[in-house]
Design a protein around this ligand. Structure first.
Ligand SMILES: N[C@@H](CCC[C@H](N)C(=O)O)C(=O)O
Length: 278
């Protein structure tokens, strides 16, 4: 099969996006791993598949796979690329697009300047929603012992997919590459977890790096940014509108508190279109 795709990125978090509305396409795990391979395939952090909706009040269904073939619930940077893709491919002419995901529904708002705002839904801080086998807790902060390292304090947050947010005094390569994998696959997170490292610069600004589940550190993580900011707002460290500086650029997040949806705004970029034998 000759597979057509668009290569896109949201702040350097990169994707292959496939139209499965105009033509039916199925992938098995090995095929996704091959496509995701940066030396032998296309290379991406996630594969995004645009499908017809299963519910009449939705515009599309959105499936997301990590480069190792695991299917995931949510992808924030991918959602913005998804919006740009369906417009460029003339699959819709709407500027407000309702999309089904594995975990629920999201709404994408395409702005006049081309940026996309995503209504990511309301976060959950309930450990069972990640899932997270909680141990000691104080004000949303849990202590996790890491073999051979010591302990870290983290906030578990579900924004559809699972995140552990760790506040650090200073972001370093070492903390991301050492603590990231230890927390990602810790037995307290039975489905594994994305790990965010947040340095609070002021009440309106953070520096953030994310070690993604099943992928490793990426240039940016949309859901990871949402999780970190809502954790910081709940702790009283941040205001309700925050700019996050990621390795690949900036995201703007707004959250009005308990029960409200998180609004994430940022760019989406197409790099090229291609085709590959599968
Ligand atoms: N890059 C994404 C998140 C992708 C999924 C994640 N690796 C997981 O396994 O949950 C984003 O922008 O949110």
């Amino acid at each position: 099969m000759l597979l057509k795709f668009s290569k896109m990125h949201g702040l350097g978090n990169d994707f292959a996006v496939v139209d499965a509305v105009s033509r039916k396409v199925y992938f098995n795990k090995e095929q996704i791993e091959f496509l995701g391979d940066r030396n032998r395939g296309i290379g991406f952090d996630q594969l995004l598949i645009v499908e017809p909706p299963t519910s009449p009040d939705m515009d599309f269904r959105y499936r997301i796979y990590n480069s190792n073939g695991s299917e995931v619930e949510h992808c924030g940077n991918g959602a913005r690329c998804f919006a740009k893709f369906v417009i460029e491919k003339d699959l819709t002419n709407k500027s407000v697009i309702n999309v089904e995901t594995k975990q629920g529904q999201i709404q994408l708002h395409v702005q006049d300047d081309g940026e996309v705002t995503v209504d990511m839904g309301a976060p959950s801080f309930a450990p069972a929603d990640l899932p997270f086998d909680a141990t000691e807790k104080q004000d949303d902060l849990y202590t996790l012992n890491l073999e051979g390292y010591g302990s870290v304090e983290l906030t578990p947050v579900s924004v559809g997919n699972p995140h552990a947010v760790i506040r650090v005094d200073r972001l370093t390569d070492e903390i991301v590459s050492t603590v990231g994998p230890l927390v990602e696959s810790h037995s307290a997170f039975p489905a594994n977890v994305n790990v965010g490292f947040m340095e609070v610069m002021s009440r309106d600004e953070v520096n953030l790096r994310v070690y993604e589940r099943d992928v490793g550190e990426t240039q940016a993580c949309g859901t990871g940014t949402c999780a970190a900011i809502v954790a910081g707002i709940r702790q009283g460290w941040l205001n309700s509108k925050v700019t996050a500086h990621l390795l690949g650029g900036d995201l703007r997040i707004e959250w009005q508190g308990e029960g409200s949806p998180i609004m994430m705004t940022g760019p989406a970029t197409k790099v090229f279109e291609g085709q590959i034998y599968l």
